[in-house]
Design a protein around this ligand. Structure first.
Ligand code: RAM
Length: 352
């Protein structure tokens, strides 16, 4: 073996040492040496959101794209455009199937209506996870869950109780009855009341309004609500578009009502400082997008399958566990909701 190795080295040295005869361009042209051009396999991962005009969704894509850049993968941002129905997302998904993307992370507007197109995507070999607002168990390898739906719903109702000292009319302004995430959060808000009737007995819910996760609809519904119930004390808006619209409507009417819910510090800071929103909650949407991209990449690489008990190595985010989701599928819970108030909102306003 050693003899052959030495011989190989000698041959290599000889080849390098002896001056090659000048090769004319004509000879080069007839060279039968195939120079293999390196083929760069470029993967493409897509983030399909509820509405690409929604700043919360844009923040999720920031994290998604940052992670894709570290993998050397092309990131695509797609979804409804000022349209939070399933139709906008179905069209986006059909385009992505045609473009033969490798993987899709989706935040669903209405999960049932997405089933058929997501089944087609899976059959085309596309890896799928949901994030922020889940799709059916059968249509995803796992869900990237920003925080526990029960914790979010209960914390929002408890905050409303604290802000009203347990007495006064309240209302909820949410997105749609079928939005997978908001429908769970509102259900847990109502469960919190159901389990503690004595705590909430003097806080009647006068309306549950559906602003479609669109600014104008949410603003207009709030104006009508405040004109009908000028004595309302708190409106709870578990949607970043809704929270902003409700705060703007209260401000424009100089109403005595207040608002809490889920929103972006970069938008809500001024309302925390002027008291219209004493405090609100959220998680970092950039992190949710970042983790979803890592989940896709590890699925594409075959390192995980999305099964409960697996561990996802999510780069700077560390190791995350795949756990059982409430709907029987699997999920990765990214964290807990943060509380933003006068003591800290100024720090986070410049982050997301
Ligand atoms: C809106 C969307 C999103 C939700 C946030 C809190 O941006 O409905 O799905 O997670 O609000």
């Amino acid at each position: 073996m050693k003899k052959h190795f030495i011989l190989l080295i000698c041959l290599l040295v000889a080849a390098c040492a002896s001056p090659e005869p000048e090769t004319s361009s004509a000879e080069l042209a007839h060279s039968d040496i195939e120079i293999a051009t390196p083929v760069k396999i470029e993967h493409t991962y897509a983030l399909v959101v509820k509405d690409i005009k929604n700043l919360y969704m844009i923040r999720m894509f920031e994290g998604f794209e940052n992670a894709c850049n570290t993998f050397g993968v092309k990131a695509i941002f797609s979804g409804g455009v000022d349209d939070t129905t399933a139709e906008g997302q179905i069209k986006a998904l059909e385009n992505l199937i045609e473009e033969k993307v490798d993987a899709i992370a989706i935040a669903a507007n209405e999960k049932d209506k997405l089933s058929a197109v997501l089944t087609r995507a899976t059959e085309a070999g596309i890896q799928i996870v949901s994030l922020d607002s889940e799709v059916d168990v059968d249509n995803r390898k796992l869900h990237v869950q920003q925080a526990s739906p029960e914790m979010i719903g209960r914390v929002l109702m408890q905050a409303a109780h604290e802000m009203t000292s347990g007495s006064g009319k309240i209302a909820i302004l949410t997105t749609t009855e079928t939005a997978p995430n908001q429908s769970q959060w509102v259900a847990w808000m109502l469960q919190e009341i159901k389990e503690n009737p004595d705590v909430y007995q003097d806080m009647p819910i006068v309306e549950i309004l559906y602003g479609l996760d669109l600014y104008k609809e949410s603003f207009d519904l709030t104006v009508q609500l405040l004109e009908t119930h000028p004595d309302i004390k708190i409106i709870i808006a578990p949607t970043s578009m809704g929270l902003q619209a409700v705060a703007d409507a209260i401000d424009s009417l100089a109403s005595t009502a207040q608002v809490t819910g889920l929103g972006l510090p970069s938008i809500m800071g001024k309302y925390v400082r002027n008291g219209i929103c004493p405090w609100f909650y959220l998680w970092n949407p950039v992190d949710v997008g970042f983790v979803a991209a890592y989940a896709l990449d590890r699925l594409v690489a075959g390192e995980i399958t999305g099964a409960v008990g697996e561990e996802l190595s999510a780069g700077s985010f560390g190791i995350l566990l795949v756990t059982q989701a409430q709907d029987g599928g699997s999920e990765i819970v990214v964290g807990k909701p943060y509380m933003f108030d006068k003591t800290n909102v100024a720090i986070w306003e410049n982050i997301f």
